[in-house]
Design a protein around this ligand. Structure first.
Ligand code: NAD
Length: 434
């Protein structure tokens, strides 16, 4: 197919590159000229393993191009995929300004029948509303499709080319069939639903995954008090097919650009129809508190006296293999430490630049490597489970820290590796050592 993808962020760029890889002719559009210039120069505006190489190969093959010219791209395409951001408003609701703007620009550019597929995560009813908005602007025929995206940053190409399922929300069987055909080679689980159900599937899936995380984190907190080990508990639970092993990893909670925003948006969506989503409210509350697990441990170790201490932070991205720092637990943890007079030394293998921009404040000592960060610190807190941290030489680490205090917010280290060392080791939901 001739496809235009609007928005070259984490979703749009990966989708565009993968659709080209699958043999389609793809034009990626973004309103940000710096991003498009970078892409046209062979660069990639985000960190996503394998993406640069795949994009380059498809550009060379003439299947992929980048432009700011939405009008021309739309006119040359049969399918328009919308992947612009829907960030949260202060109220928690999704900000639909970008997607409405994109819909109007598409309407103004139309020169014949198009399928408009929305990959952005949008509240139930939004696709219908965008359709009406467009019909107020153009007499050209089109069909709306809800095509929610489930990729995970860090494994986005694998997830796009080998998805667990594809959801196609449509009210026109012909348009639905064209979308089924486009995705047929990717998975046997292509599910066609009505548009509102497809929109809801996205929110319900993320809310359920967030619930699993908050659930295991609460179990972890109880494990700490009763002397059980949450990793063993999660393993034992996960073999039950009704439960499954994924998303049962205790830690300092979820962050990122999706779970926090989508859980808040679903609470709002429910609220608009007079339904209080009590369970999801608790999931969010538990998650918000869980990031302070690290702080509480520091306070216990230092008898409540954080002022004047130096704390090293390993990991700023909300999870490994991405440079995305949106709603990363590190933002609040570092802010809290600074507010309490702590000297913070921080490092992340790829997310430093994004973090510094988003954090936007002075006072943190930014370091160039893991061991350098730990140099002279009273304690080290691991917030993101990058391989680089898991593979560190613990003997060397012990020698550079002022005090061998390690708070492992992601349960990266194994007890057997720490036995025989002098580390005072705290993790999440597992017995502490020394
Ligand atoms: P992003 O912020 O990384 O990228 C959005 C891009 O859209 C930006 O480059 C912006 O310049 C561009 N844009 C905005 N308005 C535009 C317009 N009118 N014309 C052209 N370009 C425009 O966002 P993202 O993380 O890729 O997320 C996109 C959507 O996908 C969101 O709704 C998000 O909830 C959803 N989603 C994200 C993920 C993820 O892991 N990031 C996963 C699943 C779903």
């Amino acid at each position: 197919m001739n496809i235009t993808v609007i928005g070259t962020g984490y979703v749009g760029l990966v989708s565009g590159v993968c659709f080209a890889e699958l043999g389609n002719q793809v034009i990626c559009v973004d309103k940000d000229p710096e991003k498009i210039d970078l892409l046209n120069a062979g660069g990639i505006p985000i960190y996503e393993p394998g993406l640069k190489e795949l994009a380059a190969a498809n550009r060379v093959a003439g299947k992929l191009s980048f432009t700011t010219d939405l009008r021309n791209a739309v006119r040359r395409s049969d399918l328009i995929i919308v992947a612009v951001g829907t960030p949260p408003l202060p109220s928690g609701e999704a900000n639909l300004a970008y997607i409405e703007q994109a819909a109007l620009e598409i309407a103004d550019a139309m020169n014949g029948y198009k399928i408009i597929a929305v990959k952005s995560t949008v509240p139930v009813g939004t696709n219908e509303r965008l359709g009406s908005l467009m019909r107020g602007r153009t007499g050209m025929p089109f069909d709306s499709i809800s095509l929610p995206e489930f990729l995970r940053e860090g494994s986005a190409i694998q997830d796009t080319l080998h998805p667990d399922r594809i959801i196609i929300g449509a009210d026109n069987p012909g348009a639905a069939e064209a979308m089924v055909e486009l995705h047929r080679s990717l998975t046997e689980h292509v599910v066609v639903t009505d548009i509102r159900s497809a929109e809801m599937i996205k929110y319900a899936s993320n809310a359920f995954l967030a619930t699993k995380i908050s659930f295991i984190n609460e179990i972890a907190n109880i494990c700490e008090k009763v002397g059980a080990d949450v990793t063993q508990v999660a393993e034992g639970m996960g073999y039950d097919k009704r439960i499954g092993p994924s998303f049962l990893k205790a830690g300092i909670g979820y962050g990122g650009s999706c779970f926090p925003k989508d859980t808040s948006a679903l609470i709002q969506i429910a609220g608009h129809v007079d339904y209080e989503f009590k369970l999801l409210r608790s999931v969010v509350e538990v998650n918000q508190d869980q990031r302070f697990n690290v702080i509480r441990k520091l306070e216990t170790i230092f008898n409540g006296e954080l002022k004047g201490k130096t704390v090293a932070i390993w990991g700023l991205a909300f999870k490994p293999n991405t440079d995305d720092v949106r709603d990363s637990p590190a933002l609040e943890i570092i802010q809290h430490l600074l507010d309490n007079g702590v000297k913070v030394r921080a490092y992340d293998p790829v997310a430093m630049a994004n973090f510094r921009t988003l954090f936007g404040k002075e006072g943190v000592i930014w370091c160039d490597g893991a061991l350098e960060t730990a140099q002279g610190a009273d304690a080290l807190c691991l917030l993101t489970e990058w391989d680089e941290f898991a593979e560190i030489d613990l003997g060397e680490l012990q020698t550079v820290l002022k005090r061998p205090i390690l708070i492992d917010g992601r349960n990266v280290f194994k007890e057997e590796n720490l036995i025989g060392t002098e580390f005072i080791y705290y993790s999440v939901g597992r017995p502490s050592l020394n």
